[in-house]
Design a protein. Structure first.
Length: 447
């Protein structure tokens, strides 16, 4: 009976479908082998300079504020940390907190007798000098005092099309804690901000009580379009936020400086600092996710443009006369290869792709990347985002084939396209990099 039932199910599935699935698996395996063969080993030369002038200096400056810590290779874990068990578990993005609350960390150290504050009762780091005891009540000897800050962090905020995320990023680029909340399709502008404020309040409290950290600034990476320093944001996939005053609201909430940029530009900072573009002074970083964005680094400097939206590769035309984009044009990369576009065109979510869809999407991204490489004399394109990383080897193999086909000039021939090395931590590390860049610039201006 068991064999007859199994045969019946296979017959219902159809031999054609079985054959197609098997063929797709074989072709994907071939793509992976080809990609591995042609991908050079990562350059781990400790002496190689980072591509971004501002971020490279942060490692040296970390000695000024933390004299007992030496700058290390970002891929190397400090010896003193390796000798003791970690205090927290990093929460993967695949584990969204229920109802917008952060998932409790396992093994989190907490001084005996101290109850962590939550919500808007959380202490605001830096609102009073640590040695100002003039207004403090007499300490109760039976209650342990909160620990003094032992490290500085940036509160990183990622504004995506389908989720808000926040995390704590150290001066070395370590993401020591994170939380996220899904974006409601029906929420009003203030409702969206209240969801974001909830996870920020939780992380602000945990920064002090669990990590003994002081929040120096807020760094934001936001889907676009945005105005300079995210004074106003209008993410295409969050219709309720049109010219929403994000920077002012975050500064009012946290009472620390707020610095922001486009999410893909933030990823470019992160990849140049700690990721796949280390040692490269000229490259493009792309996100292929709910939407498509980009950031460009030339001669070690991240391009901003007149309005701060430079590098928005999602609106390069890859299919003339193609599908209508949210910007009003036809055939934009975002209208053909983003997660929302894939669902609109195929009627299926991007998490359920066919082999042909992964190939086609990769080819479109490779075509757009070739335009940028030819125009700006680039030899490296780093791609992240849930669609690109989810489609994996098939996507990147197809993108490289299309790139090779269209970069024929002497200076662009040989350009390569590679996955983000920071994976799903890239957006928050990028937002942290934006924050640390802002801290350094403010220090330089202050003299």
């Amino acid at each position: 009976m068991i064999r007859r039932g199994a045969a019946y199910r296979v017959s219902r599935l159809g031999t054609d479908t079985v054959r197609r699935v098997a063929d797709d698996g074989d072709r994907a395996a071939d793509d992976l082998s080809s990609l591995v063969e042609r991908t050079p080993a990562p350059d781990l030369d400790d002496d190689a300079p980072g591509p971004l002038t501002l971020l490279n200096r942060m490692r040296a400056e970390s000695q000024d504020q933390q004299p007992d810590q030496r700058p290390l290779d970002p891929l190397q874990r400090p010896a003193e940390q390796a000798e003791r068990p970690p205090r927290v578990r990093t929460i993967p993005l695949s584990e969204p907190p229920t109802g917008g609350d952060a998932v409790p960390r396992e093994g989190a150290a907490r001084p005996e007798g101290v109850t962590p504050l939550s919500g808007r009762d959380a202490p605001v780091p830096g609102d009073r000098p640590a040695d100002d005891r003039s207004s403090e009540p007499e300490a109760d000897p039976d209650v342990a005092a909160p620990p003094s800050p032992r490290q500085d962090v940036v509160l990183a905020v990622d504004i995506g099309g389908t989720k808000f995320a926040a995390g704590l990023v150290t001066v070395r680029g370590e993401l020591i804690d994170r939380a996220r909340v899904e974006v409601s399709r029906t929420a009003l502008p203030d409702g969206h901000f209240d969801s974001l404020a909830g996870i920020i309040d939780d992380l602000t409290a945990r920064a002090r009580t669990q990590h003994r950290a002081r929040i120096r600034a807020v760094g934001v990476g936001s889907a676009g379009p945005v105005t300079t320093n995210v004074e106003m944001v209008s993410p295409v996939n969050i219709p309720a936020w049109r010219e929403f005053p994000l920077r002012a609201r975050l500064q009012e909430l946290t009472r620390v400086p707020v610095y922001g940029d486009l999410d893909a530009k933030a990823l470019a900072l992160a990849e140049g600092w700690l990721g796949a573009a280390q040692g490269h002074a000229n490259f493009c970083a792309m996100t292929v996710s709910t939407g498509v964005g980009g950031g460009i680094v030339l001669d070690g400097e991240l391009l901003d443009g007149a309005s701060g939206n430079a590098g928005h590769i999602g609106h390069v035309i890859v299919e003339p006369g193609g599908h209508r984009c949210g910007c009003g044009a036809q055939g934009c990369l975002e209208a053909e290869a983003s997660g929302l576009a894939i669902e609109s065109i195929t009627g299926r979510p991007a998490t359920e792709p066919t082999y042909e869809l992964m190939q086609h999407t990769g080819a479109l991204v490779g075509r757009a990347a070739s335009t940028v490489c030819n125009a700006l004399d680039l030899s490296l394109v780093v791609v992240g985002g849930s669609v690109a990383l989810g489609f994996a080897a098939t996507f990147f193999h197809s993108a490289q084939v299309a790139l090779d086909e269209h970069v024929r000039l002497p200076y662009s021939r040989g350009a390569r396209i590679t996955p983000s090395r920071l994976a799903d931590s890239g957006p928050l590390i990028g937002a942290g990099a934006v924050g640390w860049r802002g801290v350094r610039r403010a220090r330089r201006i202050a003299g």
